[in-house]
Design a protein around this ligand. Structure first.
Ligand SMILES: Cc1ncc(COP(=O)(O)O)c(C=O)c1O
Length: 413
């Protein structure tokens, strides 16, 4: 089998399952001909895709390397050990568990390792950028734990540290969670560590978003501060869809048992192999340059959007992520997203702190992987604003987007 990147995968499928091949090629065309501005997405490399589409997918491997419930694991054990060692080296962690199927599964396991049902947890409230796993009533977290939300300052949009400290002193949580789906600034891990120590709480850093920037040396590393770091591997980190947990040696066994057998079954060895590939890629100087360019692009994008009249949350960004209110352009986030989708600009809506309407959330991870830089960010902001204002006819804007992305194919032939 020679599966090296998406188009070749499609060749295999075209022969065997043309119906599905057409779907795959349709999605490849969508990804290549529209602008991918979803902050949580990226284009993983042909090598990562090759590992994902490999015969490692066939292997059952409950347990951990050297202690499996299935026979024949001696080769995949090597793959998992490699992924673990690469993750530990990349993030300076004592221990890494690379089996979590997703970011949510990693958070679930972190809670399972540290908490009992009914425990109190302090986390960023969902209206301010907390994730579903940070206490949403629709999620296990809100059902099983007593979440106390902290927020952001109404003026600056920055995490309200005074409120965090006051709530921690009042509620004496068992754990404090720092991390967000939409907070564009670096998180002050030292501050959260100090508050956690003062009230005797565990600190869980949910670094799903910035972990790729951390890998590239472009954002502060939560590992020295948090008891447990949860992350995804598919955002800026540019690996396969999945999760990961980092911790110190003292919690290693509890974390491993919380992943398997407490919350998951067999490890997905093809994904773990793909994580190993991604960690290897992330350890290169080229990835460091990429991570810094992701942030440089996001800063230019934020400034250009502000020049176009959008209100950029916190006035800018330190990361790959920009959130903005399009209201001054005459529409709310939902309407804006619809117009942009028609023009081939794909992004998300998000809650805006202290606002009734929704805003837009954009990220630069994918476009930077495609090779776009500051000049393209300015073009994207101008295009976006024109579409949101309703000035640009959607067919003409669609052509402009096609023209822009045509110069930056995510998977060059
Ligand atoms: C902060 C945070 N935690 C957890 C998750 C969950 O990741 P997944 O969608 O892989 O479950 C996300 C996903 O965006 C996230 O941003």
């Amino acid at each position: 089998m020679s599966v090296t990147h998406a188009p070749q995968t499609a060749d295999v499928l075209t022969r065997q399952d043309p119906e599905l091949a057409e779907i795959l090629l349709g999605e490849l065309d969508r990804q290549s001909s529209t602008l991918q501005l979803i902050a949580a997405e990226n284009f993983c490399s042909p090598a990562v895709l090759a590992a994902l589409g490999s015969p490692l997918a066939n292997k059952y491997a409950e347990g951990y390397p050297g202690a499996r419930h299935h026979g024949g694991c001696e080769i995949v054990d090597v793959a998992e050990r490699l992924a673990v060692e690469r993750a530990k080296a990349l993030f300076g962690a004592d221990h890494a568990n690379v089996q979590s199927h997703s970011g949510s599964s990693a958070v679930l396991a972190a809670y399972a390792a540290l908490l009992r049902p009914g425990d109190t947890v302090l986390a960023l409230g969902l209206p301010y950028g907390g994730h579903l796993t940070h206490g949403s009533p629709a999620n296990f977290s809100g059902r099983w734990f007593d979440f106390v939300p902290y927020g952001v300052d109404a003026e600056t949009g920055l995490i309200d540290h005074d409120q965090v400290r006051a709530l921690a002193r009042t509620h004496r949580p068992k754990a404090i969670v720092c991390g967000s789906i939409a907070y564009p600034r670096h998180i002050d891990h030292a501050f959260f560590r100090e508050v956690a120590d003062e009230v005797g709480a565990y600190l869980i850093a949910d670094a799903a978003h910035p972990i790729g920037l951390v890998a590239g040396g472009a954002a502060p590393n939560p590992v020295p501060y948090a008891d447990i770091v949860c992350a995804t591997t598919h955002k800026v980190l540019r690996g396969p869809r999945g999760g990961m947990i980092l911790c110190g040696n003292e919690l290693a066994e509890r974390v491993d048992r919380a992943v398997f057998p407490f919350t998951q079954g067999g490890a997905q060895m093809h994904t773990i192999a793909a994580k190993a590939v991604a960690f290897g890629e992330a350890a290169t100087p080229a990835f460091g340059a990429y991570a810094h360019q992701v942030i440089a692009n996001a800063k230019v994008l934020a400034a250009a959007l502000a020049d176009e009249g959008l209100v950029v949350t916190t006035g800018g960004t330190d990361t790959h992520l920009v959130t903005a209110d399009p209201a001054p352009l005459g529409v709310d986030g939902r309407t804006a997203r619809g117009r942009l989708a028609a023009a081939g600009m794909v992004l998300d809506c998000c809650a805006l702190p202290h606002a009734d309407s929704r805003g837009l959330r954009l990220g630069t991870a994918a476009v930077t992987t495609q090779g776009m830089a500051e000049k393209e960010m300015e073009r994207i902001a101008a295009l976006l604003a024109g579409v949101v204002r309703g000035e640009a006819e959607s067919a003409r804007a669609r052509e402009e987007v096609r023209d822009l992305v045509g110069g930056f194919p995510p998977y060059p032939a």
